[in-house]
Design a protein. Structure first.
Length: 213
């Protein structure tokens, strides 16, 4: 694996399992498969799991209201657009392998273009083998922003073209774009645009998130 970002993507309230401390020395695809088996064996749990580039399993607590509502509304609107444009849209239950840094992340919502999906078809039982073209992360009431920003930068480092970090607490959105070193902050926006990455996609962030907090 390549060197991980300096900032940590681990939320403050997450439990971290250091696999090396348990004697697990696997790396790369082998570690991804072990992680997939771990998730499958714990699929009935209310907890969610991610794998950091450092090879740690992050155990995330369940999302409280209204966070679950925010994630559901966002994924629904994205999937409605996807039905007309193609590709694959997912909610907060899809695992994506980061091809450059390593690690397996679960965005709150994401989309992969038809072209990249055909080039890297998912294998049942494995994490989706590419970083999404478009990712959304939504801050919950217990989240600090620093780990979320680190996670967004990790997506961009692995090939994402556009990302939204939505902060309902401050009614702010940070727009991440491929090739740009800094995110663009938007103060209390009403509508977000998918720009050239998701042609014609707009999201009423005020209606579906800010006004439902």
């Amino acid at each position: 694996m390549t060197t991980a970002p300096k900032a940590r993507i681990v939320p403050d309230d997450a439990l971290v399992i250091n696999l090396r401390d348990l004697g697990v020395l696997a790396t790369g695809p082998e570690l991804d498969r072990l992680f997939a088996k771990f998730c499958d064996r714990n699929s009935q749990s209310v907890w969610q799991y991610e794998l950091t580039p450092e090879g740690e399993i992050v155990v995330l607590p369940p999302i409280n209201h209204p966070g679950g509502l925010h994630e559901n509304e966002t994924a629904t609107e994205l999937n409605i657009w996807r039905r007309g444009f193609g590709g694959m849209a997912t909610g907060s239950n899809a695992f994506y392998r980061m091809p450059i840094t390593g690690g397996v992340l679960v965005p709150d919502a994401a989309w992969v273009s038809p072209e990249r999906l055909s080039e890297h078809p998912p294998v049942p039982g494995d994490p989706i083998p590419i970083c999404p073209d478009f990712v959304i992360e939504i801050r919950s009431g217990t989240d600090n922003l620093a780990p979320l920003h680190a996670k967004m930068r990790l997506y961009m480092q692995n090939g994402a073209l556009l990302g939204w970090l939505i902060d309902p607490i401050n009614r702010r959105v940070y727009i991440y774009r491929y090739g740009q070193t800094e995110a663009e902050p938007l103060e209390n926006p009403l509508i977000l645009s998918g720009e050239d990455v998701l042609p014609g996609f707009t999201f009423d962030v005020a209606r579906w998130i800010f006004d439902r907090t």
